[in-house]
Design a protein around this ligand. Structure first.
Ligand code: ACO
Length: 361
């Protein structure tokens, strides 16, 4: 029997997360992801996923120190990023920048030190490129700021507002890990061949880039802007669905109810954007879209997914569309690499296909 898209096929056991699509539950190692997003920091949750428990004060200080020490880019990586034509997509640049990162020593098996080294570098690659595109000198990373605050600082060239850091941290925590989504599966497939961590993360970035996966949030802002007014929401959405197009930010392979990350992020976004016309329109569009999607696919629950409100949060803290998916990669690197550690202990992933061609004479 063939399962197209590997739907409902279980291929691994994991300690990292539970995604319950019927109940709308997301658990990271015995903790509700939504609680972690409110009560913890990016580094604490990364520690939970990588080391198996939330850190003690000393463990957190050690992890922070290692991340900070690894933020700078080697000169050749800056040169690689600078050599890429301006019209190349930020995800293509990130993919290439990550691919050019050297791993010291043995590249197999993957280690936590390699993981920290790589995780620390992604924000710097993105900020370096973003500064160049805006004709600014790249801002050197700061050693006194946390992962999220430093990323925003390098992007904006000024210390970010605490409210923005908290909101962005919540987004980055809620998207660190999510079971065997397409990009995580890609990372695991590569790790299962005993290839190196850089290859796994490079491949995963390629998978995340697609609009059906991590590429959706910038298309959400495009949709809201194209709709423009509340009156236009219904005819615009109807026309799209009638043309057989998909609404970005809706539907999910696993969730048959609202994505719990969307619920948490809609709260974060509404706290940041009180009295905001764009957000008001986005909430209206969501309501109309949910109603029309029900009529369009009565037998297939199509609910709001994380990308809809990810777009709202990132827009509210002043990030342009081109940084949405790269920022997703910044957080998901944590989950990808935790899965790489698991997959490295497993069997090579090698499914089968049925040949539908003809046989030679
Ligand atoms: N808008 C309109 N119709 C949709 C949508 C949507 N957003 N999502 C699914 N459908 C329809 C499909 O066209 C399909 O109809 P059909 O049976 O007549 O062909 C039916 O619902 C089932 O869709 P599948 O593609 O089989 O569902 P699958 O589980 O494979 O896809 C996916 C999930 C890719 C997320 C899909 O819902 C989608 O394309 N959503 C829009 C893109 C998006 O928001 N992606 C972000 C997901 S979250 C993340 O990756 C972090």
């Amino acid at each position: 029997m063939i399962s197209l898209g590997l739907e409902n096929v279980v291929v691994a056991e994991t300690d990292l997360s539970l995604v319950d699509g019927l109940k709308g539950h997301l658990v990271y190692r015995n903790h509700w992801a939504r609680d972690l997003a409110i009560n913890n920091t990016f580094e604490e949750v990364a520690h939970l996923l990588w080391y198996g428990h939330l850190p003690s004060e000393q463990e957190l200080a050690d992890l922070n120190a290692k991340l900070v020490a690894n933020r700078e880019l080697p000169a050749h990586v800056k040169a690689v990023v600078d050599a890429m034509p301006d019209d190349m997509d930020m995800m293509e640049v990130l993919r290439t920048g990550v691919a050019s990162l050297p791993l010291a020593g043995d590249t197999w098996p993957p280690t936590l030190d390699q993981i920290i080294y790589l995780t620390a570098k992604l924000p710097t690659i993105i900020a370096h490129r973003y500064a160049r595109l805006n004709n600014r000198e790249p801002v050197a990373p700061r050693t006194d700021l946390g992962h999220t605050a430093n990323y925003l600082y390098m992007l904006k060239g000024e210390e970010p507002l605490t409210a923005h850091v908290r909101a962005f941290d919540a987004y980055l925590i809620l998207t660190q890990e999510h079971g065997l989504n397409a990009s995580t599966f890609t990372a695991r497939v590569i790790a299962s061949t005993r290839s190196d961590l850089v290859s796994s993360i490079t491949g995963a970035i390629g998978a995340l880039k697609g609009p059906l996966h991590g590429g959706a949030p910038s298309e959400v802002t495009e949709m809201i802007e194209a709709i423009g007014t509340k009156e236009n929401a219904e005819p615009w959405i109807k026309a799209k669905l009638a043309a057989g197009e998909r609404l970005m930010g809706f539907g999910h392979r696993i969730y048959r109810t609202t994505d719990p990350r969307a619920i948490a992020l809609s709260k974060v976004a509404s706290e940041l954007t009180a009295e905001d016309k764009w957000f008001d329109l986005a909430v209206h569009v969501e309501q109309i879209a949910l109603r029309l999607l029900k009529e369009h696919k009565p037998n297939r629950p199509l609910e709001t997914n994380v990308e809809f409100y990810a777009a709202a949060v990132m827009r509210a803290i002043g990030l342009p569309d081109e940084l949405f998916t790269p920022s997703f990669a910044v957080s998901r690197t944590v989950g990808w690499s935790a899965h790489v550690l698991e997959a490295a202990k497993g069997k090579i992933i090698r499914p089968q296909s049925n040949y539908t061609g003809t046989m030679p004479e």
